[in-house]
Design a protein around this ligand. Structure first.
Ligand SMILES: *Cc1c(COP(=O)(O)O)cnc(C)c1O
Length: 478
């Protein structure tokens, strides 16, 4: 039994919870045990620090604080003001942004705030100047409709889903696809890379209101300077969704043309992926959009989560420390070691490698769908997720790809040697797995055959790989 502060804090918390609903305490304990045992290669997940986790479990959760720092619709928000201002200050300093809004509850919510801010800004500013009113609310109904007609269609140009874009970048099933008339840019079929000339061509033809860059499954850097030039050439607002790679921006791995903050009009992010903070979102922008962004709650968002903003302030303070830059560099080194290990063993990777935190394996070379590969790997103790590859013949459900990422394992301390061993384990599972057949004997996109002895053996090797790198070594619940 350890007597350090972290162990005492989590043990005591569980004891208090257990007295009310023991099954919840048990599930929390079981989650730690499961996370400790699994080789987590999910590119969007990480492990937040004990300080970040502990900042969320307290009475800030009890407070309503609609509005912004110093301008609340509720009384008694002085302490919420403190933590929200700290989160915003750390974010501004860390990313070099003029304005930061720390309230979004998630990455999707941050995108909705950004869309709303851009639309409100576009709708309001010319009209307000003309009509000399301060808010859309003050316009007459007739003026409002005239304005909407004047502005024309609300168009969005974003990266296609199968090239690695996100559902919220204007795709039909998502609310963004109902708000915007969307067109997407893909990647060059030969190289798998973004073809900026094609993006420029699409922008000229389509004349979007918003050009979106950012991705969930593109394994390369994006040149945001060029994207901004394209946006400017058609008068579009340039938005970057850095949900996945914010940690690489924070850690100064992505600088110059590859740092979105100096180039975009508005940047959205999650705080829980490579940035390693609490589950949540954030918006960064220049002074022009700041007022509209600050109206996110209550125009778009439900009441702020002050306990999560406290945790954002803690995690962002951590990300400003020099060791975070070292962490970010190791994320990319590990992804490259993993990619090299896979390539050496004959795997096909989308774009042939990586220069960020993720690798996309095209598993069709193994005769598998992404779904079969994902399940076979999971049976073997390796947690990944299936993902479409560009022009995926198996669609978005079965897919032909496996997306793997290194932020989580890098937090545990695994390095290049373990990445090579991981590549070996993945390759073993994928070569040992064969596609199965359905009840009618026809080929199945979901069924697969993997010798349980192989799965067990790989699972054991995966567990051995983790043994020298305990997760939350400072937390002892026994
Ligand atoms: C993960 C992700 C989101 C959504 O984040 P949530 O916190 O799950 O809402 C949005 N955009 C991109 C590009 C993402 O990768």
């Amino acid at each position: 039994m350890s007597h350090n502060a972290e162990s005492t804090a989590f043990r005591s918390a569980l004891e208090v919870i257990r007295a009310v609903e023991p099954r919840v305490a048990d599930a929390i304990g079981a989650e730690l045990a499961d996370q400790r045992e699994s080789l987590k290669l999910i590119a969007s997940e990480n492990y937040a620090s004990p300080a970040t986790l502990l900042a969320m479990g307290n009475w800030f959760s009890d407070k309503y604080a609609e509005g912004t720092v110093g301008r609340r619709f509720y009384a008694g928000c002085q302490n919420v003001d403190t933590v929200e201002a700290l989160a915003a200050e750390h974010a501004r300093e860390l990313f070099g942004a003029a304005h930061a809004y720390a309230q979004p509850h998630s990455g999707i919510d941050a995108n909705l705030v950004a869309f709303w801010a851009i639309l409100a800004d576009r709708v309001e500013s010319p009209a307000l100047k003309r009509a000399q009113v301060r808010q859309v609310n003050d316009l007459t109904e007739a003026d409002w409709f005239a304005l909407r007609r004047e502005l024309g269609d609300q168009r969005m140009l974003g990266m296609s889903l199968d090239a690695g874009g996100h559902l919220t970048h204007g795709f039909r099933p998502n609310i963004s696809g109902k708000m915007f008339d969307q067109r997407s840019y893909g990647t060059d079929p030969a190289t798998g890379l973004i073809d900026y000339d094609r993006v420029a061509e699409a922008a000229r033809e389509f004349k979007p209101l918003i050009l979106v860059a950012g991705y969930s499954a593109y394994p390369r850097k994006v040149n945001f300077r060029i994207m901004r030039e394209i946006a400017d050439s058609v008068g579009a607002t340039f938005m970057v969704d850095m949900a996945h790679f914010a940690g690489l921006v924070a850690g100064k791995v992505f600088t110059g043309d590859f740092d979105p903050v100096p180039h975009a009009h508005i940047v959205t992010t999650t705080t829980h992926k490579s940035l390693r903070g609490p589950r949540g979102g954030m918006v960064l922008c220049g002074p022009e959009l700041a007022d509209q962004v600050d109206r996110g709650c209550p125009m778009v968002l439900g009441g702020p989560l002050p306990h999560v903003m406290a945790a954002k302030a803690v995690a962002l303070a951590e990300a400003r420390r020099p060791d975070f830059a070292d962490y970010a560099r190791r994320i990319v080194d590990n992804a490259q070691a993993l990619a090299d290990g896979l390539l050496r063993r004959g795997a096909t990777l989308v774009t042939g490698g990586t220069d960020n935190h993720l690798v996309l394996i095209d598993v069709s070379g193994y005769g598998l769908t992404g779904r079969q590969a994902e399940q076979a790997l999971l049976d073997s103790g390796i947690v990944t997720n299936r993902n479409a590859v560009p022009q995926d013949p198996n669609g978005a459900w079965y897919t032909s790809g496996i997306r793997i990422g290194t932020p989580a394992l890098t937090t545990r301390g695994l390095g290049a040697a373990e990445m090579d061993a991981t590549a070996e384990l993945i390759h073993t599972v994928l070569t040992q797995t064969t596609a199965g057949t359905g009840p009618d004997g026809a080929p199945s996109k979901a069924k697969y055959v993997l010798d349980p002895a192989v799965a067990e053996q790989v699972g054991k090797q995966a567990a051995d790989l983790l043994t020298p790198f305990p997760l939350y070594p400072e937390v002892d619940l026994t």
